[in-house]
Write a protein that binds this ligand. Sequence first.
Ligand code: NGQ
Ligand code: ZN
Length: 449
Amino acid sequence: MIACWFQRAWIDNQWQYDVRLTVAEGRISALETGVGAAPGDERHAAALPGLCNVHSHGFQRGMAGLSERRSRPDDNFWSWREIMYRFLDRLTPDDVAAITAQAYAEMLEGGFTRVGEFHYLHHDPAGVTYADPAEMAGAIVDASSATGIGLTLLPVFYAHGNFGGASPSPGQRRFLSDIDGFATLLDSARTKLVGDANIGIAPHSLRAVAPDQLAALLAMSPTGPVHIHAAEQEKEVADCIAWSGARPVAWLLDNAAVDARWCLIHSTHLDVDEVPRLAASGAVAGLCPITEANLGDGIFPAIDYLAAGGRFGIGTDSNILIDAAGELRALEYSQRLAHHARALLAGTESPFVGANLYACALAGGAQALGVETGLAVGQPADIVSLDLDHPSFAGTDDATLLDRWIFAGGAGTIDCVWRAGVKRVEGGRHVDRTAIAAAYRKSVERIVA
Ligand code: NGQ
Ligand code: ZN
């Protein structure tokens, strides 16, 4: 893309008209509003800045829909995890590259232009470190390059099976590191980054990481994103209290200097003290509403958290279904189902839920991945265009446009997606969808056979 003209564009969280964007070296180099298109400009209807997907396990896309049958009377998150461990047991680095590429292509088609990959599948099926310790990180970088999505790589440290340093289970052997081994892995992973990819660290959870290890990880990575799973399951909260006397989020706030670098993934189960404390920390809550519903995690206290000024980003986590608008819709619907009311996550300045959710997820997502965002000069040209000829937008006005997209748009509303100025999605399809899907199909067919 050299220059592109949009009938309207979402700039500083409001629609502006007749917008011309010029791009150089992947970034917006000029932005004019209230101007006509110049000869040769591509013309489109509506431009949104792309969202960051703060939490993905790309390989889990390959088992989407394969864990929906009842396997025992008390099927739950923990039995799902067993199925997930059996699936990942067979994956080669080529499988991870192929499956992750499919997930990333779908993310671009679904309105995400950058992904935070919470990457813990490090070692070979026997748990032995590959000759290149960051072989699997390389597969993820390859998937991002093949699809064009922006990447924030979050290498995961994983050492224990539960709170108190419990031994890991055999199903976890591909994840495990000691601190020295992880430092080597992190160094090697850094050398693989391309383009504007960046890197953070991800202590997996308080279940998998002991306090002294958490301190060592933070010392190893003094800047950049820190992501950790926290308080997703009630059993996890109970186990944490049994171990420490505190709930997971309270423990982190008390013991880990949680600040704006941090993203606490899920944070589903917060008590009345944790809600304002997490909000005041400046950290981002990494909400993954579709996965959280699929896994039966629980409902995040979004109304109180937003009222306290809390920040959030959205993630696709298990990649059971990849859809930025769908995540925002699921977040609002979770609150409606819990509270028997409507239009709950409206903003203080705007009563329109869709616009508020988009603005929050845009800012929180970028913060969580350690990048900047928005349609502005100097920012990456990460742009999602909507097809305003779609029936869902009939008679649309500014105020309701994002509500129509998020709550009523459905398939076919996203037209083009540019990432760092390169058009990767056209007419709703990733330009390399056919080849990416063929490689994906080959891997998954072999694995599930
Ligand atoms: C994960 N997923 O790391 O993929 C986890 C399962 C765990 C979610 N928590 C493993 N949704 O938490 O122990
Ligand atoms: Zn996760």
